[in-house]
Design a protein around this ligand. Structure first.
Ligand code: BGP
Length: 460
């Protein structure tokens, strides 16, 4: 069967400033929480590799954009580094950073690649984290000012903006499960950060709309369909709560402008609701997006709890459900995540049926592989597994389109092997491989395949 995609479908890939730029403490950039945490606890980072060791996009941006062109991308997502653009978090703008981002945006446009610009990809400036990060409402003001600065500087050329990438991840990592700085474990503080993040998002959306620049603004959410183990009511309820906590806590405000009533009731019952202020409700309602980015990697398999909760233990989402391993599930043997291609279709269908069929696109999907060098032959990584992964997800995306979903594109994570948070270079995801020592870039077999798919706007 031939799979063809609508005219103008977005073929591209995604990346972020903190994972690619390098020069993390130079050219005017100040530390983010990542630079700081790496200084404190390098042992928490795979092989002790920190945020300074990236694919050096700061130097190689021109070469990398030429590679994007070679891969036939028509769109590309990256982010602006707040700590580079406004080194103190608020106030003076770093003119060298302005020149850098201008060059990148102009070169992308010159090559016929539409830049999608995200404002925040887990990289809180340390100076603002020291004031409490998003726990502190003042940081919402700072974020809004940063967003306005970006719109002012680049809004004449950038038409696709995103406020946050996976905003739930810093909440889970930094305030619940200890895999991001500031390594707090406290549900109510986590809920406050999540809530303030969405207020900040809504402020940026409002600010952008006031400008009438003619572009669109959205948010990028990692959606993990929650599948119950059985249709037994206890399993179904458990999956529903996991869905409320991990998907709808951001999806509903982004698409409906308000929180699900049963989530509010649940958190209120356990006295975990963040403090609201007059005007918040109206602000949230103004934050409904023009475009939703969907990051999809793996589903969540849920069953009812298999043991009693200790009421003296700290309140956690896991009070309400347990994870289970579905027998016969397909695993990525090189990363340890379940591969469930149909999840992409289930997300699109749900958005169409329950959320009014918003404009959306797949903003990340990809396959991480450990020790990928072992698949190199004659100087090129033969990543047939990645081709199969992308193709099989695209088939389900195509089915969603054929049923009326308004999915406008597909971005793979990621363009070039990059540095990834605590995992550093453990899992390689790129269409292009990176030799960290020499910084040599080589297109993988999957990159060549994707180049053809984008050129033909489809595949067989
Ligand atoms: C997503 C993030 C990306 C990237 C990716 C792969 O959640 O948006 O920034 O890190 O996951 O993650 P990892 O390298 O941990 O496998």
């Amino acid at each position: 069967m031939h799979y063809s995609f609508p005219e103008g479908f977005w073929w591209g890939s995604a990346s972020s400033a903190p994972q690619t730029e390098g020069e993390s403490l130079s050219h005017g950039k100040t530390p983010t929480i990542w630079d700081h945490w790496f200084r404190l606890q390098p042992e928490r980072f795979h092989h002790g590799v920190g945020p300074a060791q990236t694919s050096t996009f700061y130097e190689h941006w021109k070469e990398d954009i030429a590679l994007l062109k070679a891969l036939n991308h028509n769109t590309f997502r990256t982010s602006v580094s707040w700590a580079r653009l406004i080194p103190d978090g608020t106030g003076a703008v770093n003119q060298e950073a302005v020149a850098f981002y201008n060059q990148v945006i102009d070169e992308l446009l010159r090559q016929g690649i539409t830049p999608f610009i995200n404002l925040f990809h887990f990289d809180m400036p340390l100076s603002l984290q020291e004031q409490g990060g998003f726990e502190n409402r003042k940081v919402i003001d700072a974020y809004e000012a940063y967003a306005r600065t970006c719109f002012e500087l680049f809004g004449d050329r950038v038409t696709h903006w995103f406020t946050f990438n996976e905003p739930i991840v810093p909440v889970e990592g930094g305030y619940l499960y200890d895999f991001h700085y500031p390594n707090v474990v406290d549900f109510r503080r986590a809920a406050t950060v999540a809530y303030h993040t969405m207020l900040a998002h809504a402020r940026a959306v409002k600010a952008y709309r006031e400008r009438n620049d003619g572009g669109e603004i959205g948010i990028i959410l990692n959606l993990t369909p929650s599948y119950p183990r059985s249709q037994n009511p206890a399993d179904v309820k458990a999956a529903h709560i996991a869905d409320l906590m991990f998907n709808r806590s951001f999806l509903d405000p982004a698409l409906r402008g308000s929180y699900p009533e049963d989530l509010v009731a649940l958190l209120s019952q356990y006295d975990q609701l963040p403090a609201c202020q007059p005007g918040d409700k109206e602000l949230l309602a103004a934050g409904v997006v023009d475009l939703l980015g969907i990051n999809y990697y793996q589903p969540r398999r849920i069953q009812c709890r298999d043991s009693q909760v200790n009421p003296d233990s700290p309140f956690m989402p896991e009070w309400f459900f347990s994870a289970y391993e579905m027998p016969g599930r397909k695993m990525n043997p090189y990363r340890g995540w379940e591969i469930y291609e149909k999840g992409i279709y289930d997300i699109l269908t749900r958005l169409r049926v329950e959320y009014g069929n918003p404009r959306c696109y797949i903003s990340e999907n990809g396959m991480g592989v450990e020790n990928e060098q072992r698949f190199e032959q004659d100087g090129q990584i033969q990543d047939d597994y990645r081709i199969a992964f992308v193709r099989d997800h695209l088939k389900w995306l195509h089915k969603g389109l054929s049923e009326g979903s308004r999915c406008l594109g597909y971005h793979m994570w990621t363009f070039i092997d990059n540095w990834s948070w605590c995992n550093a270079y453990k899992n390689r995801y790129g269409f292009v491989s990176l030799d960290l020592e020499s910084q040599k870039r080589t297109i993988k077999k999957s990159g060549e395949w994707y180049r053809q798919v984008a050129a033909k706007n489809g595949f067989d």
